[in-house]
Write a protein that binds this ligand. Structure first.
Ligand SMILES: Nc1nc2c(ncn2[C@@H]2O[C@H](COP(=O)(O)OP(=O)(O)O)[C@@H](O)[C@H]2O)c(=O)[nH]1
Ligand SMILES: [Mg+2]
Length: 452
């Protein structure tokens, strides 16, 4: 059921969680993947564009940094998708329930009745089905056969062409049942005579719920269908069937939400047990492969913490942060000249507000540093201190990498400062959480010293 969409959404949230920094390239890629997945699931293009715009805006929002930004984007994605799925409407069983099933030909009305009957009789309701589809000769028989298999009582009158007569004939017997589910006739389209017939049945049976049954493969045309039925016969909920056999289910689900026709059940196969109540939040959680939003947030935290920060932290604690690590991190910055990626990786600092101008490290400088590190020997990379002691080494590296000796000195200075700062922080982190004040102090110090 919507496996492709589910996989794509999981990939999207993974990408956000794994990102060191949500830079423009990554955001573009994420939004593009998201758009493709939603459109493939038949979600209305203008809705897709609306969501993409919001996600993009949030992800590129400069004021929010690091992990906070990822949380913000994931939460937004979650909320927007939830919005697409519409409001939750839970069906409560009353003392007396009469449900009228409506829908065009072949949408799954009769099958769904047997599923509902089975579902609620297992949960203690006294259920019967009434066959009022008088237009197709075999319809009544089909209902009876399905019900018999499940030991559900059904009332049919094959050959009778007036549904009112059938209802009146069994009226007293039906009174005995707490949940009465009525099968009605379909047409190729909602026509005047069908509306008339539905109204007559409604008048007699006084349904407590009127459900429109629609197959998921109608896709976005579900919107028109739901709206038309809603306007002419006042449906109280929609049941979407055949969720298992189409990639267009996203279209049908979101289209119902658009016209505020709440989806109450979904059919997920041909068997009697293939029926689920529809809860948008739970459905989305399943699509995203997460228990709930909180779990999703924890995923972001854990990915960032485990994969990126802990490794750096471990190296720091072991005093092993080398120029090579700095280079790896510079590499991961790709073309972005800003330092907040790096800062985001320093434990505890991700949430501190770094003075803005300190973040404006020129792209060129970072590039030159990378060249410089490439021109160093393994020994130099692991012990940058020897560069300071032997000026000839600095000259050699500068020449080899097309940089200046002052570039190299600046690089070593930055490296030492970073190492010192990170290790002092690693110590604090070891002892427990960094408090906001310490964090700000470090951030300020960092910011001042980073100014070049
Ligand atoms: N795969 C699948 N098939 C379904 C589902 N619901 C109904 N069907 C099939 O759809 C066809 C039409 O169903 P039916 O109940 O006769 O539709 P009706 O004309 O609206 O009463 C039958 O072959 C059903 O087995 C579902 O959730 N999944
Ligand atoms: Mg039928």
């Amino acid at each position: 059921m919507l496996d492709k969409l589910s996989n794509a959404l999981k990939k999207t949230t993974d990408k956000i969680a794994n990102a060191i920094f949500l830079d423009k390239n990554l955001v573009d890629q994420i939004v593009k993947d998201l758009q493709r997945a939603l459109i493939e699931a038949d979600v209305n293009v203008s809705l897709v564009l609306e969501i993409s715009k919001k996600i993009k805006q949030a992800a590129l929002e400069e004021r929010i940094k690091g992990i906070e930004k990822k949380e913000h984007v994931i939460k937004l994605l979650h909320d927007e998708l939830l919005n697409l799925l519409g409001e939750k409407r839970e069906i409560q069983i009353q003392k007396k329930n009469v449900w009228l099933m409506l829908g065009l030909y072949g949408q799954g009305k009769t099958t769904t009745i047997s599923k509902l009957a089975s579902y609620y009789s297992k949960r203690g309701s006294r259920v019967c089905a009434v066959g009022l589809d008088v237009h197709r000769p075999a319809a009544a028989e089909q209902l009876k056969q399905l019900c018999d298999k499940l030991n559900i009582k059904s009332f049919i009158l094959p050959g009778e062409k007036d549904p009112k007569k059938i209802w009146k004939k069994y009226k007293d017997e039906i009174e005995d049942y707490g949940l009465v589910i009525i099968d009605s006739a379909g047409r190729d389209a909602l026509s005047e005579d069908l509306i008339e017939e539905i109204k007559e049945i409604s008048k007699l049976a006084k349904p407590t719920e009127t459900f429109l049954v629609m197959s998921a493969d109608v896709g976005q045309t579900a919107k028109k269908q739901a709206q038309t039925f809603k306007d002419s016969v006042n449906i109280t909920g929609v049941i979407i069937t055949k969720m298992d056999s189409t990639a267009k289910a996203g279209g049908a689900l979101t289209a119902c939400a658009e016209v505020k026709a709440p989806v109450v059940f979904i059919g997920t196969g041909e068997k009697a047990s293939d029926l689920e109540t529809f809860d948008p939040e739970a459905f989305l959680s399943r699509l995203l492969g997460m228990g709930d939003l909180k779990a999703l947030m924890e995923k972001i935290q854990s990915v960032v913490d485990k994969d990126k920060i802990e490794e750096t932290q471990k190296k720091l604690q072991e005093g092993k942060f080398t120029l090579r690590d700095l280079q790896t991190q510079l590499d991961s910055m790709e073309n972005i000249g800003s330092l907040d990626k790096l800062v985001g990786m320093i434990p505890g600092l991700g949430k501190a507000k770094i003075p803005n101008e300190a973040m404006q490290v020129q792209q060129e400088k970072v590039k030159r540093w990378k060249h410089a590190i490439n021109s160093m020997t393994q020994v130099e990379i692991e012990n940058p201190e020897i560069l300071e002691k032997e000026t000839s080494r600095i000259q050699r590296v500068a020449k080899g990498s097309g940089t200046s000796t002052s570039d190299i000195r600046m690089l070593i200075k930055q490296y030492k400062m970073l190492k010192e700062m990170m290790s002092s922080q690693a110590k604090i982190v070891e002892g427990g959480e960094l408090d906001q004040k310490t964090m700000m102090k470090l951030a300020k110090k960092f910011g001042r010293r980073m100014r070049m």
